[in-house]
Design a protein around this ligand. Structure first.
Ligand code: AMP
Length: 295
């Protein structure tokens, strides 16, 4: 399974492209910038370029289907096997959802998302400084506005999947590069991932192996204290026990079925049967003891 799979998310001018190029060279994985691919196609006057030109010139997003076709083709190439860094894709919720589907079809693990957080004031200056020949101030403004409208919801989408690492991209190039170096270590750490589809959940339930499900909700403060303990359980027992998180608002049917009344609630299940559930925040050894009891 490919391991270095990253999406770099952030506004234009955040420095994603520069950092992606450096890291990709170090990891020897492709750096895929949809912006570069589209600009290349426009220069070469390919059919893709002809279709994309008006939108790129105006700072608007190119049609989702066009970009998705482009990415499907790109993912069919053999150099994607050891990982990749995506820069500028996905750029809308529709693209993110279609991309999740593509990853599933290709049996690829979920990517990690790196969010480049920058103070807005800095962006205009930076963008004016690195203005491409075809950029105008109006295009730059439009690109930032489009980012706010289309791409900001993506951050929330990925945050719900608990796969976002934020870097302070207001800092200089070297400092950001330094922060990104941590990704190499983060990449090997095991965490409890979110159950995203119910078919997957049914499969896990049917297994004879102990299944630990941490029921959470995005609005729940105490859940944030339980989550790292679940990650620790996954790191310690992940080879013998399945540890997952479940967003109860996104999977109401599951919550109803197991009579989940409140969160945080950690359920211990085997072969579809609920063995025990623990409500509230408990010290880590309490969760650990429950795992030992039911394992
Ligand atoms: P970038 O170099 O990433 O800022 O992209 C430059 C331009 O290419 C954008 O303003 C869009 O017109 C277009 N573009 C790049 N990536 C995408 C995408 N994923 N979806 C739609 N349009 C895109």
């Amino acid at each position: 399974m490919a391991s270095k799979q990253f999406i770099f998310l952030g506004p234009p001018g955040a420095g994603k492209g520069t950092q992606a190029a450096t890291l990709a060279a170090r990891w020897q994985v492709p750096h895929i910038s949809t912006g570069d691919i589209l600009r290349g196609a426009i220069t070469a006057q390919t059919p893709l370029g002809t279709q994309a030109k008006a939108c790129v010139d105006a700072g608007e997003l190119v049609d989702d289907e066009l970009v998705l076709d482009l990415m499907r083709d790109r993912f069919a190439q053999s150099d994607m096997e050891n990982g990749w860094i995506l820069d500028g894709f996905p750029r809308s919720l529709a693209q993110a959802e279609a991309f999740d589907h593509l990853l599933k079809t290709l049996k690829l693990a979920r990517p990690k998302v790196v969010y480049f957080k920058v103070m807005t004031g800095l962006l205009i200056d930076r963008l004016l400084g690195m203005k491409r020949p075809d950029d105008t101030v109006a295009t730059i403004r439009r690109r930032l506005a489009v980012y706010q409208e289309e791409t900001t919801p993506l951050l929330e989408y990925y945050q719900q999947q608990d796969c976002v690492t934020t870097v302070n991209a207001s800092l200089g190039l070297a400092e950001v590069a330094n922060a990104l170096r941590q990704l190499e270590h983060a990449e090997v750490s095991v965490t409890a991932s979110f159950i995203t589809d119910e078919a997957e959940f049914e499969g896990l339930l049917a297994q004879a192996q102990l299944l630990v499900v941490d029921c959470t909700a995005t609005w729940c403060g105490p859940c944030k204290l339980v989550a790292p303990m679940m990650d620790r359980l996954a790191a310690e027992y992940g080879d013998r026990v399945n540890v997952f998180k479940l967003d109860v608002d996104a999977h109401k049917a599951v919550a109803t079925r197991f009579k989940v009344k409140g969160v945080p609630l950690v359920m211990f299940l085997k072969e579809g049967e609920l063995l025990e559930s623990m409500a509230g925040v408990k010290p880590y050894p309490v969760f650990q003891a429950a795992v030992a009891r039911w394992m």
